[in-house]
Design a protein around this ligand. Sequence first.
Ligand code: PMP
Length: 406
Amino acid sequence: MTPTSGAPRPPFARWLGTTNDITRTFLSAGRIPGLINMAGGLPEAATYPVAALAAIAREVVEAHPHDVLGYGPIEGLPELRDALARRFATPALALTRANVLVTTGGMQGLDLIGKALLDEGDLIAGQFPTYLGALDAWRPRAPRFRPMPLGKAGFDAVTALDGAKFAYTVPNFSNPTGRMVGLETRRALAEAAHRTGTWLVEDDPYGRLLYDGEPLPRVIELSAQARLGEPYDGPVVYMGTLSKEIAPGLRIGWVIAAPAMIEALTMAKQGSDMCTSGLTQRIALAALEAGLIEQIQPLVLDTYRARRDALCAAMDAHLRDWLDWEVPVGGMFVWATARDRALSTDLLLPHAMSAGVCVSPSSVFDAAGQDRSAIRINFTLNDPQRLQEGVRRLARAFETMQARRG
Ligand code: PMP
């Protein structure tokens, strides 16, 4: 081999030095033989409606070759935008096509928000701990983060939002904590967004994954009630995705917001991917029209509820000495806090990997990377037997870590 020559290449952008590649690790962990992956937020593949989607795919390619194979409008297929407007409208929340942008997965909505709103140093008030994909999406724009502890008593939404370019919340079974933001706090957030003039990003990929009890109104609905009947023009930017409702490989998400915000996000999308795949948009539209989400919902909920219960029972049996947690009413995760405050969950990770299990440490859900108090455990990807084995391995990891600490 000839040695490479020439001047040294320019360095990569500074933000790359401030991030971590844990999501990449989760997404490839499934390929490590024997490893039980309880880290990522991945669905159970057996819930994907394979036959129905295969039939729909064939049908839409034949019936709509131009939409499917050509470029489409940046905002998304008009028929899909209309269908989403109808799906999310309520008596209080009037929506038209101008309120809807189709995105390439929910992740793109987060990315576009960063592009459309953030200049360097701008402040984000983020529900703490924060979805790490959101942190990943915004880090290149070098924002400041103000942690918003939504679970705390005496939470003051106006103070939390004041001065922020936008606030970020995952009110349904938050990633990572699995907690549901209560009605009073939802009302307070909606009200504070109006009063402070701050945009409020309501990220809701898990809303339909509710295992016990009743759903709560969306923050965007609560924020709409002041302007009954007129198309929504308020400060809430609502985001959803088909990733947890049908299948993540479709990469179909949406943003519902004031028309001016949809315009700005469309400009940002123009420089990102020009348009979301026409094939999967057409599949999504046909799936919505056929009621596919509603058809698979009982299987999805039964499967995940049983897995949540199996995980929590195994944790009760093996991890009570080490961890405290609440049983989540929905979503994909149990958030478990170390009982020993001196213990670092970052240090647990290599022991867990050696024991053949992986979970997410709390540091990756903290913009400052400093929270080492907890772990996030996924229960949707593995069946109850594997979850039990994963918990046993995790208990072993705690024991070896303790033994090493002396
Ligand atoms: N927001 C949150 C809170 C999530 O947990 C996820 C997926 N893990 C997303 C957005 C993005 O979902 P997707 O891009 O798969 O639609």
